[in-house]
Design a protein around this ligand. Structure first.
Ligand SMILES: Cc1ncc(COP(=O)(O)O)c(C=O)c1O
Length: 408
């Protein structure tokens, strides 16, 4: 399987451009994935042949583009097994999806003293919106700690559930540690405790690595972001159960989200349209649709198998380099490896890797509270995409060996 998948690298034009004169080993897919030619072509096609604003024009090009755009809503609904395309709200990214839930649902439903449970390993996108809400209405945040291997402390989570808990929100796959959280089990335990507690999953990393089924997860909201899913930046989605979404007030007001407007009052459209004010990212949504077609043609299960094989290979190869410290070694882990080195600062390592054509991320990865918990400033993070092959990993390892030679 991995050999077949390794050939997919050729579908991604930017991977075939050298970096610093060297073959590019792109190990930063967790930050943003490269785009296959079919995505670039789909965006080019609409701009070249039928571009127009959507939902408004009675002329042919507007209707064609509207259809292309709305088809993607259906594709995304199928991709995550939503009940209906009306459960798919287009946002700018998953950050906006989380803010939408905070400001539309939580701000209107929660009261001072109510509690939201999240985890130490959240991305800032799933921390700061709740801190803003904390300032606005006085809710309280309860944080689930992690165990030594970077997995969630499930016992601690259960102990935090209380009659004050109104929302449990957590990351499906940690972008810093690669930990795959047992979200299905967490949602089930939450709903068993109190079926009225709302569960939100940050699927920014998970939708990329394996098949997601929101109905099977049992959650109420799920967020994903297009640019990690081999689509363009500027588009993401919030999925929510329809009745819940439809009961929520708008997040932003303006054109396209209304039935009628007068100075006596405005009538909003039903979900999902009431959350899509203004001209959306039309071309980007269409590009994301092409990415979903591309992923479906390969198969998310095949991608998961390939990435697991690459992860195991990377763990084994990096394990041969002395003086590396790994963060996130849980059994359930996706293709994201975070490390520091005894022999050099991660920024110095990254600079040498850059000269060797290896693109990897260093820093706190928008998880400063996690880094504080780990007692480190940041990590170097190598992450895998569907196009990652053994040659990339070998290139990473020899570049790291070179960095060690130069820096220690
Ligand atoms: C787990 C996780 N959540 C949220 C985000 C935010 O994604 P975006 O910047 O596309 O909104 C990221 C991006 O790195 C992420 O990895």
């Amino acid at each position: 399987m991995s050999n077949a998948l390794a050939t997919y690298r050729a579908d991604f034009p930017a991977l075939n451009e050298p970096m610093n004169g060297k073959r590019l080993a792109y190990m930063d897919s967790a930050s943003s994935a490269q785009k296959p030619q079919v995505v670039i072509d789909a965006m080019n096609d609409v701009l070249t042949h039928s571009y127009a604003n959507i939902h408004r024009g009675l002329y042919a090009n507007s209707q064609t583009t509207t259809q292309l755009y709305e088809d993607v809503r259906v594709k995304l609904a199928n991709f995550i097994n939503a009940n209906s395309e009306n459960e798919i709200v287009f946002t700018r990214n998953s950050t906006e999806a989380m803010n939408l839930v905070a400001q539309s649902w939580a701000r209107n439903i929660l009261q001072a003293g109510d509690e939201i449970i999240l985890t130490t390993m959240e991305h800032h996108a799933n921390i700061v919106p709740w801190q803003i809400l904390e300032e606005q209405i006085g809710i309280q945040l309860k944080v689930v700690p992690i165990l030594e291997d970077g997995s969630l402390d499930f016992g601690a989570f259960m102990a935090l559930l209380s009659s004050k808990t109104k929302l449990v929100t957590l990351v499906h796959i940690s972008n810093s540690l690669g930990t795959v959280n047992p979200v299905r089990k967490i949602v089930k335990a939450t709903k068993n405790f109190d079926e009225n507690i709302i569960c939100m999953i940050d699927g920014s990393q998970s939708a990329v690595h394996s098949k997601v089924d929101v109905q099977d997860l049992g959650c109420d909201f799920f967020a994903l972001t297009g640019h990690k899913l081999y689509g363009p930046n500027g588009v993401g989605i919030l999925w929510g159960k329809f009745d819940l979404l439809n009961s929520m007030p708008p997040f932003l007001g303006g054109g396209d989200m209304i039935e009628t407007v007068s100075f006596d009052g405005t009538v909003y459209k039903a979900a999902p349209f009431k959350f899509e004010a203004g001209t959306p990212a039309i071309v980007e949504v269409i590009g994301l649709g092409a990415a979903i077609d591309y992923l479906n043609a390969i198969g998310m299960d095949a991608i998961a198998v390939h990435e697991k094989e690459m992860l195991n290979y990377m763990v084994q190869k990096l394990g041969t380099i002395e003086g590396l410290n790994f963060y996130g070694t849980a059994q359930e882990k996706a293709g994201i490896i975070s490390f520091t080195a005894d022999w050099a600062h991660i920024s110095d390592i990254a600079m040498i890797l850059d000269q060797q054509g290896v693109a990897l991320r260093t820093g706190h990865h928008c998880c400063m509270p996690l880094m504080q918990e780990l007692g480190i400033e940041g990590t170097a993070r190598a992450s895998i995409g569907l196009y990652t092959n053994k040659e990339d990993i070998d290139q990473l390892v020899s570049a790291l060996e070179k960095a060690k030679e130069m820096l220690s």
